[in-house]
Design a protein around this ligand. Structure first.
Ligand code: GDP
Length: 487
């Protein structure tokens, strides 16, 4: 199949040492050849062998030199896209990169869409869809775990698991179909029992994968964290200390107004995405500033709440109100200002939680209509309370260890376990799980065999979508449109 030739600036559009313009397609070498001269010869690019790099100049149609470059040549099928690929390494100025790109386009090359090189690698069969997705994950990695896990995925760890499961499922489908077609030679006697065992095995494997997904997502993307507490308890001081541990990357959350910022902080390998509401910082009433619905949503979406209490001051209604808002969330309470004379201790705090959970306290303010969760579970002995002083910088280590303990049983796992870190994959594994549960049900209800194969087939298809089989063009386009330009 003939493909058109595409090009893009693959490095960032800012002034830097080197810029790379990548060209891929059947005519990548011959078209770039038109604008390349080396020291002695014009148009010599086609003579070079694959995986070589050459010094020379890019010239315009009047043979004026535009820039001094190094050009590497990678011939099909041994390139990123599996097509003939040329990479022009030029000086990394925005103007010069654009000028070279224009010159390349004038030869008849088309400007690539975002992610189109990787899309070609996928469409040409070099990598599957989960591996292609890993490419973007590597670029977006913000922690050691995220990086290692994405590299593993790129090397096929997720695909491997999925392919094995699909083979197991396909074997059963084929067996049922052949037995139905040829009952004289293939008997289904005793097959139910065998399939039931197999279904249990597959369900267990799917469940194991799903179990890795929550931790995997948090390890990869960070723990969504909200700091709450009354005014002047030390919330900003805490944030400053945490930020000091590792320079925070401040990003504005897409799709929200300017009142919520996210600071990404990497503490010993744990990434906390701290929702930093301007409200929490500036005015003293978070709820009033950003509205009940927003607060509700921020708390609902949080994986972790850090509730800061000033232990040198007595409780008041506001504290009960806050406890009510964060009810049933993963919470770490910091009894801050522990350097001062204590007015509240751990026991007082536990009592306050018990009162709120048992509804024995009247809370009369705006948040009284906030119902975060229906259940009323409180494991008071496991309420995590840590004494801190954000003035004297004590207790922070304890806090970090507690978070590790809460989410990763004390240790961050960088071992060989394969984590499912992609939501799309998680949902599809979930679908496959549901289909396998249906198989189990049909078996229990002694349904005819073709019922099993319908659900087995659904599980097979769901898993196939992870690696890019059985997916439509729309989904493929959507996935690759989120890629960087030039990747
Ligand atoms: P926020 O309003 O909750 O963000 O609180 P801040 O971090 O702005 O702190 C309020 C005041 O409490 C400031 O004057 C801080 O210096 C002081 N403060 C913060 N943490 C501590 C602490 O651990 N001990 C003492 N003694 N004072 C603190």
């Amino acid at each position: 199949m003939k493909t058109d030739t595409i090009a893009a600036i693959s490095t960032a559009m800012s002034n830097s040492g080197i810029g790379i313009i990548r060209v891929s397609g059947d005519e990548a070498i011959s078209l770039t050849n038109r604008i390349f001269v080396n020291k002695n010869k014009k148009n010599c690019l086609t003579e070079y062998s694959s995986h070589t790099i050459h010094y020379g100049y890019i010239v315009d149609e009047n043979e004026n030199i535009i820039d001094e470059v190094m050009i590497s040549i990678m011939k099909a099928p041994n390139s990123y896209t599996t097509e003939d690929t040329v990479e022009i390494n030029c000086h990394g100025g925005v103007f010069i990169m654009k000028k070279i790109m224009d010159t390349v386009l004038k030869t008849g090359v088309r400007a690539a869409e975002p992610g189109e090189f990787t899309k070609r690698a996928f469409l040409n069969g070099r990598i599957d869809l989960s591996e292609a997705e890993a490419v973007m994950d590597i670029i977006n990695s913000k922690s050691e775990f995220a990086l290692k896990s994405s590299v593993k995925q790129l090397k096929g760890s997720v695909s491997g698991l999925i392919k094995n499961l699909r083979e197991e499922i396909l074997y059963e489908i084929a067996f049922i179909e052949s037995a139905i077609d040829d009952p004289e030679h293939i008997s289904l006697d005793g097959y139910d029992e065998k399939l039931s065992k197999k279904t249990d095995e597959i369900l267990k494997k799917l469940k194991n994968m799903l179990d890795t997904a929550d931790n995997g997502k948090m390890l990869k993307e960070g723990i969504n964290t909200v700091i709450v507490g009354k005014p002047n308890v030390g919330k900003s001081s805490l944030l400053n200390i945490l930020v000091g541990e590792d320079k925070a990357i401040v990003t504005e959350i897409a799709g929200t107004t300017r009142d919520v910022l996210e600071e990404t902080i990497n503490l010993d390998g744990i990434v906390l995405n701290i929702m930093d509401t301007a409200g929490i910082r500036n005015t003293d009433d978070v709820v009033e500033k950003i509205g009940v619905d927003r607060v509700k949503k921020i708390i609902k979406d949080a994986d972790l709440i850090i509730y800061v209490v000033d232990s040198s001051n007595p409780f008041d209604n506001n504290d009960y109100e806050i406890i009510r808002m964060i009810k049933n969330k993963n919470t770490v309470v910091l009894l801050n200002k522990s350097d001062l004379d204590l007015c509240i201790n751990e026991e007082d705090l536990k009592k306050a939680f018990v009162r709120v959970y048992n509804d024995t306290i009247e809370i009369n303010k705006i948040t009284s209509d906030i119902k975060i969760s229906e259940t009323n579970t409180l494991d008071i002995d496991n309420l995590r309370i840590i004494k801190t002083s954000t003035r004297e910088n004590t207790g922070i280590e304890d806090f970090i260890n507690t978070v590790k303990d809460m989410f990763f049983n004390g240790k961050l796992s960088y071992n060989d376990e394969v984590f499912i870190t992609n939501i799309r994959h998680k949902e599809l594994i979930n679908d496959a799980y549901d289909s396998m549960i249906q198989v189990k049900k049909s078996l229990d209800d002694n349904m005819p065999e073709d019922f099993y194969s319908i659900d087995l087939m659904n599980a097979y298809i769901s898993l196939g979508k992870i690696i890019g089989e059985e997916v439509g063009e729309d989904l493929i386009n959507e996935i690759f449109s989120k890629f960087c330009m030039g990747k």
